[in-house]
Design a protein around this ligand. Structure first.
Ligand code: PEP
Length: 252
């Protein structure tokens, strides 16, 4: 059985005080849920990771980072390394989010290097990818997704995939209020599994958790999560409200 995951990407939101208050409140609401086989994850900003890790202690909530640099140290002003994250108790990192690709020019090549660092350091990634609106409109979405995965992940060995969580996030659905239909999500997730099976084997393809991201809300979560190849969600806007995030977790 694949692990289910609901992860909240907080982006550039919430200071330390709000982060800690949110966690207190989320702990109480998550405690009441039957979390069979479901991981609950939040990704606060870098400066609040350390206190967030302390706050989630003895709860079912995990704290992850939103990004990481591929180098372990050096002249990279403003960046954060894998070891720095590990030192504050963070072992999972979101990589390749479309906002990183669009606003910070993250390339597939840089992402491949980041993934290598994740593996060298014994960490785990939630790896994001997805097509632009124009790719979907021109019916190129499968090619785009396949090339993003090939370029950043298909150099890995089968054994490495235990450290990979995939997050399919069509860029046209992120923060826009427009969600991929459950059928569109299922179609893409099944395609992703098929190309992983072709490259590796059935076991790798069946084991990897594939999250859907893009305007998931309490109102649409259950239907999206009901699809057989959708193993949870990466949630932006709706992860910033405890009630909405809890409702989405409960929908899985
Ligand atoms: C995201 O940023 O990963 C995301 C899915 O955002 P939203 O849920 O707001 O569309």
């Amino acid at each position: 059985m694949r692990t289910k995951i609901v992860a909240g990407n907080w982006k550039l939101n919430y200071d330390k005080k709000t982060t800690n208050k949110f966690i207190e409140s989320l702990k109480k609401s998550v405690d009441k849920l039957p979390l069979n086989n479901t991981r609950v994850i939040i990704a606060p900003t870098f400066v609040n990771l350390s206190s967030a890790v302390e706050k989630v202690e003895k709860s079912n909530i995990e704290v992850v980072a939103q990004n990481m640099h591929q180098a372990t140290s050096g002249a990279f002003t403003g960046e954060i390394s894998a070891d720095m994250l590990k030192a504050v108790g963070v072992n999972t990192v979101i990589l390749g989010h479309s906002e990183r690709r669009t606003y910070f020019n993250e390339t597939d090549q840089a992402l491949a290097e980041k993934v290598n660092t994740i593996l060298e350091k014994g960490m785990e990634t939630i790896f994001c990818f997805g097509e632009l609106l124009e790719d979907r409109k021109s019916d190129n979405h499968f090619e785009v997704v396949e090339s993003q995965l090939k370029n950043a992940l298909f150099h890995l060995e089968a054994k490495d995939w235990k450290s990979i969580i995939l997050a399919y996030e069509p860029v046209w659905a992120i923060g826009t209020g427009e969600t991929a239909s459950p059928e569109q999500a299922q179609e893409m997730h099944a395609f992703i599994r098929s190309i992983i099976e072709k490259k590796y084997n059935k076991e790798v393809a069946e084991k990897v958790s594939i999250l859907y991201g893009g305007s998931v809300k309490p109102a649409n979560a259950e239907e999206i999560f009901s699809k057989p190849d959708v193993d949870g969600g990466l949630i932006g806007g709706a992860a910033l409200k405890v009630d909405d995030f809890t409702a989405i977790i409960a929908a899985i």
